[in-house]
Each structure stands twice: as C-alpha cells, then as structure tokens.
Design a protein around this ligand. Structure first.
Ligand code: WT7
Length: 658
C-alpha cells in the first residue's frame, strides 16, 4: 500500500506532527564536500556579508569576466540601485565563451530531450558557435543593442540560444511563456515596443503539437512595429509565413558566420524584461540589468545548488518564467555546469517520465515546484519506485510554500532520505534566490525556506515598520539592496517606486506575509496582495477579472483563490451578467475558454459562480476577502461591517449551496 493511502486512513497524531516537523541535518558526507559545510561557517560569512554587503558582492562579481573592471560596487538612492559602476561585461561571454575557450570546451552544456523522445547534446563549444551565429543573424537583420526582442518558444535549446544571442549583442529579450495567448503577446509587444520576435512552428506537449506561430500572427494584426519574426522549425506543423517579415531560423543560420566578437556592455545595461502579475492593472515589465543580475544568479547557483563540474543539473521550469531565466540559462551556464533540459509534460507518456530521465542521464541536482510534487504524489509511488534515483545528491523546490507532506515525500521517495532539499524563496523581482538553506550547512525543516542568503538583509515588519517578534506574522521585507534586484518596472518608475519602496521608505516590500521563528528561520505564508499562486504561477486577480469583463455578457467579475490539493490555489470567479444574458453551464464554459483565450490556459477559472450582486464596501470596492472565505469554508463569518448590503451574504451562501 502506498504511504499516501495509509496516511489518509490514519488519524493525525502527535507522531505524525513530529515527522512532518522533523529537522533534517545535512549528512557529514554532504557537508564535508560542500562549499559551506557548517552553520558556523554560514553564520560567520553571513554576518560579514551583512556588515559589508559590498565587500561580499564585489568578491562574487570578480569571479565573472569583466571587459572593464568596476570602480565602485554600489550606488544606492532608493529606489534606484546601480551595481558595479564603471564595469563592462558581456553576459553571454560569461555564460558561454569563457567555458568554450577553456577546459570545458567539449563538456556538455545542454543535454536536451524532446517530448517525443528525440535527444540532443550541445557542448560549450557548440553552444558558442550557435550563439555567435544567431547573434550575427540578429545583427544582419537590423536588431541592435537595446532593441526589445520578444521570445515565444517551446522548451528547446534554441530558446536559450536566442536569449544568449540577445544578451551577446546587448538586445533586451522579453520571453513570453508559450502557454500565454495572443492578447498577452500583444500587450507585451505594445508595452515593450519590441521590433523583432523569435518563435517556433510549434512544440510538443502532452503528445500534441502546440502551435505558437498563429498566436504571434494574431497579435501582429494589431501591432506593426515588428520587422522580423524568426521561426524555428521544430515540428512539421503547417504555419503561414509572411514573405519578407518571417524568416526560418534554420535558413538564416545556414549562412551565418560563427565568428562574433563579444562586446563589453555597461554593468547596468538592460538584459531583459519579464512580465509578471501585480495586484492591480496590467502586468508589470520587470527589468533586470547585466552585471548585478549575473552576479546574483551565478553566486546563488554556486552556494545554494553547490554546482560542480561533475554535476548533471536539472531545473524543470519553463524559460518563460524567471526560474527558467535565472536557473536554466544564466546562473547554471555562468557556472559552466552540464544541465538537462526537457521540452514536454511530466506525465508524457506517464508520470514516470521525470524519474526515467533522472536515471538515464544520471541527474545529480533536481529543482522543481511543489505543485509538480503534489501531482506525483497523487499519481502514486509506483512511478519513482521503478527507477534508480541514486545519482541524485541535492533537491530543490520553488514557487510556493512547500507543504510538509510534499516535502517529506520528495525527501524520501525521490531523495532516498539522503539529499538535502533547498526550499528557495525568491521572486521575478528579486532575480535570484534570497532565502534558502545552504545544503551542506542549514538544518532543513519542512515548510520553511530557512535563512537569508549572504548579503540579504531580510526582516519581518509590522504595519508601522517595527520588526515583529519571533513567530508573529508580518510582512517580508529586504532592507538592503542586492545586485540582482529589479531596477524598474519598464516604462513606469512611479509604479515601481510605489509598489516596492513606498510602504517602508527605502525598504523593499516583497508582497508576501511571513514570520520568523526563534532560530531565525523564515516561514513564508503567502501573498498579501491580490495576487494568486496557481501551480506556482503568479496571476493577478485584476488581470483575470478584466479578461472576464471583456466578454460581451459580463457586467462585473470578482476573482478569488481557494485552496487546491494539486495547484496550491484554484481560481474561483464570481460573475454578474449584463441585462439580457442568462447564466448557464454553457456560458460558464464559454467564459472559462474566453479567459484561456485572453490570458492563457493557466488562468482559466476552476469554477464560475453567477451572481446578481457582489459584496461591496459603501464606496463600491468589491470585498474579495468575503468571497474567498465563502469559497474556502462555504460560509462567511468574517467582519462584514463595511458591507454595503448585508443581504448579499445570505444570497451568496445560498448560491454556493446549490
Ligand atoms: C512569489 C513569486 C521565484 C520563482 C518562481 C515564482 C512565492 C516563490 C517560494 C517559496 C514560499 C514562494 C511567493 C513569491 N514563492 N518561492 N520557496 N516558498 N513562497 O516567481 O512568479 O515572481 O512569484 O512566489 O509568494 O512572492 P514569481
């Protein structure tokens, strides 16, 4: 019988609680070989790094290749940070050239598996050739430094090559997750002012070809600044190509020169924009720059994943998210590691796919998300049990708080009770991991991301700005700047300032609730704002609501999250229809599909409740807190004093009982 079943039939006792909350210390063998091998070593370096963050970060930055050394480490006048001033570097040179020119030349940089089972191995020397060639393609087609390039790709090596080529020539990439729809592409094109697009004829997902080019074509009907669309041929999918504008990647590469001299760009040269959901309005274009971002991702890979030349590292994220940027492309490659990259779904052909790949490729470090782990638990232990997972030495988790059940399953079934788990807390805005265990030092307790990384001055504040005592919930903040922090919301400095640095002047507000225990471990509780976390993906209630309201039948919509076994949170939508429209199951389905069309499948509400009224304050603000309580518990007992019409509650409760 699987452990899952036995847990379900037994009562939860103190013994269970003790197992779930047990402290797991790294083994002596792991600690002995780790870069940071004890808590004493962590504490010492942490204290030094907080006393003088600039000394720590400058030391880390100097492990990169600089075309021109920086003369000053930090200039900070909130909310404006500048790191490694006067320095010039080329990010792609750091990720590729320096390995291709040295002993890692013939080492695999990327071992790739397509979903159908096709495989490719790309060495650092080959990656260098490809990146140089595509840099020349971009230049020949008029893409210049600082130009914005939208990348909309499946998980194929060309995605990384495209990003690195942009970085190499100083163009600013904006990767858009392949699951997003054409309107999301259009929004990002308009906001970033992109002039080129890199995409593919499709990619494989769950045994099917997901077309990408049609969504690009659709967006380009309304956006006319694109000079070229580069299209990788990945599938035999039939797509339309507009002559002159659309170019096949493979054709362009055939004649391109593999010689390209990397130029040094200013440390603060923009590297990429990545859009992420906020609590209000349209997604925020989070801007990251070069020297600081690379230093942060490089250093965290080195210490937190303890990357070594012998490792086969695998991060299961998509390049469309920040995790794919920082922990597939930039951080691991800057460390010269070998990594596995996978195109498709975790359950194709079945839930054994990941474990089979770990066995076959001898993966040593595995980084995934709690939502995936929960799906694996549900699928059953028979899948991992079929495979030899003893190559693994370190596991990681990211995206949301990992529930202790998932943590323990991951630890035992995947890690063989042998591998430390680094529960890494960070955000699109932070660029790199800020709170995490160090695998050879930190005792892990399921559910806590434990301690801040070097140079990270994390704290929990109350609403007045005072530090909360141990075990008291408050808001997570970072009090000192760090190199990989976002520099602005693209084109909207005022929003940047207001969102992150105005509640506590000069202090970064992460938007998460958290507490710190007596030992100094940080426990992340979840978002404080109207941001949902569905399967580790960030979605704003406002975005989904505005997608709903864009449907002709909808007058008003309110979106909230309810706890969900697999996804962490599921989306529940309350919809008021315009006069003349009637609620029906069909309309519910149509609305779900409509949201899928506007934003992407991940944003489709799990449930839609039609209601003639929504709970509002006297000033007309929707009170989502009440709706959230309603979908979570089935009733409303919370404070309703601000409600404009108390009758609404009764009505909604009845509605949900139906
Ligand atoms: C939000 C950031 C960072 C890459 C993936 C998500 C939540 C992330 C953890 C963790 C608890 C976590 C937070 C954060 N989050 N990692 N280890 N424990 N919560 O990036 O889309 O920018 O979302 O994800 O709520 O604010 P993102």
């Amino acid at each position: 019988m699987s452990s899952k079943k036995s847990k379900k039939t037994t009562k939860f006792t103190d013994e269970h609680a003790a197992v779930l909350q047990a402290t797991h210390k790294p083994s002596t063998a792991f600690s002995k070989n780790a870069r940071i091998g004890s808590m004493a070593a962590y504490e010492k370096l942490y204290r030094e790094s907080i006393a003088k963050p600039e000394v720590f970060w400058a030391r880390e930055a100097r492990e990169l290749v600089w075309r021109k050394p920086f003369s000053k480490t930090l200039k900070w006048k909130a909310p404006d940070a500048q790191w490694f001033i006067g320095g010039k570097l080329n990010v792609a040179e750091n990720c590729v050239d320096r390995h291709a020119a040295g002993t890692r030349k013939n080492k695999a940089a990327i071992i790739w598996e397509g979903e159908p089972g096709d495989k490719r191995v790309i060495t650092y020397a080959q990656l260098h050739r490809e990146v140089c060639k595509f840099s020349n393609v971009l230049l020949a087609r008029g893409v210049k430094a600082k130009a914005r390039v939208l990348i909309y790709m499946p998980m194929i090596p060309e995605a990384a090559i495209a990003m690195l080529a942009c970085a190499r020539i100083g163009a600013v990439h904006n990767v858009v997750f392949g699951g997003f729809a054409s309107e999301a592409i259009l929004d990002r094109l308009e906001d970033s002012g992109a002039t080129a697009i890199i995409t593919a004829d499709g990619g494989w997902r769950r045994g099917k070809v997901i077309a990408l080019k049609p969504a690009v074509d659709e967006a380009l009907k309304k956006y006319h600044k694109i000079k070229h669309v580069f299209v990788v041929k990945r599938t035999e999918n039939d797509i339309s190509m507009q002559p002159g504008r659309d170019l096949w990647w493979q054709d362009e590469m055939e004649t391109a020169s593999a010689k390209h001299e990397a130029e040094g760009f200013d440390s603060e040269h923009p590297l990429f924009i990545l859009y992420t959901s906020g609590s209000t309005g349209k997604p925020k274009g989070i801007l990251h720059t070069s020297g600081g971002y690379l230093t942060g991702t490089y250093s965290t890979c080195k210490y937190i994943f303890d990357m070594r030349d012998e490792d086969i590292y695998w991060c299961t994220a998509d390049v469309g998210w920040i995790t794919g940027h920082s922990y597939i492309v930039y951080g691991p490659l800057a460390n010269g590691v070998t990594q596995l990259m996978y195109e498709g779904a975790p359950n194709e052909p079945d839930f054994g796919r990941f474990w089979k790949m770990i066995e076959e490729h001898g993966v040593t470090i595995f980084y995934t998300a709690p939502t995936a782990i929960r799906a694996f638990i549900k699928a059953g232990d028979q899948f991992p049990e079929k495979h030899d997972l003893t190559s693994l030495r370190l596991l990681g988790s990211v995206g949301e708080p990992i529930n202790p059940e998932a943590w323990n399953w991951y630890y035992e079934k995947i890690g063989g009770s042998r591998c430390p788990i680094v529960d890494t807390w960070w955000q699109t805005e932070t660029g790199a991991i800020l709170i995490s265990p160090l695998p050879g030092a930190t005792p892990c307790i399921p559910g806590t991301a434990t301690r801040p990384f070097f140079g990270i001055d994390a704290a929990i504040l109350d609403e007045y700005g005072n530090e909360c005592p141990p075990n008291v919930d408050g808001r997570l903040v970072i009090r000192k700047p760090w190199p990989s922090m976002t520099r602005t919301i693209y084109g909207d400095k005022a929003r940047f300032h207001k969102t992150y640095f105005s509640d506590y002047p000069g202090i970064y507000l992460a938007g998460d609730g958290a507490r710190r225990d007596k030992k100094g471990n940080f426990w992340i509780i979840g978002r404080l704002d109207d941001v949902l976390n569905v399967s580790g993906h960030r979605l704003g209630t406002a975005e989904i609501e505005s997608a709903l309201v864009s449907h002709p039948s909808v007058a008003e919509a309110a979106v909230v999250a309810r706890p969900h076994d697999l996804k962490g949170q599921a989306i529940a939508a309350f919809v008021t229809l315009k006069l003349g429209y009637e609620s029906s199951e069909d309309l519910g389905k149509e609305l779900r599909d409509h949201v899928g069309h506007v934003i992407g499948a991940i944003a489709k509400p799990e449930e839609i409740h039609f209601t003639p009224v929504l709970p509002k304050t006297r000033s007309g603000k929707i009170i989502r807190r009440l709706l959230k309580e309603l979908v979570t518990t089935g009733t409303i007992s919370g404070n309703v004093t601000t409600l404009e019409d108390v009758g609404v509650i009764e009505l909604l409760q009845k509605l949900l009982k139906k």
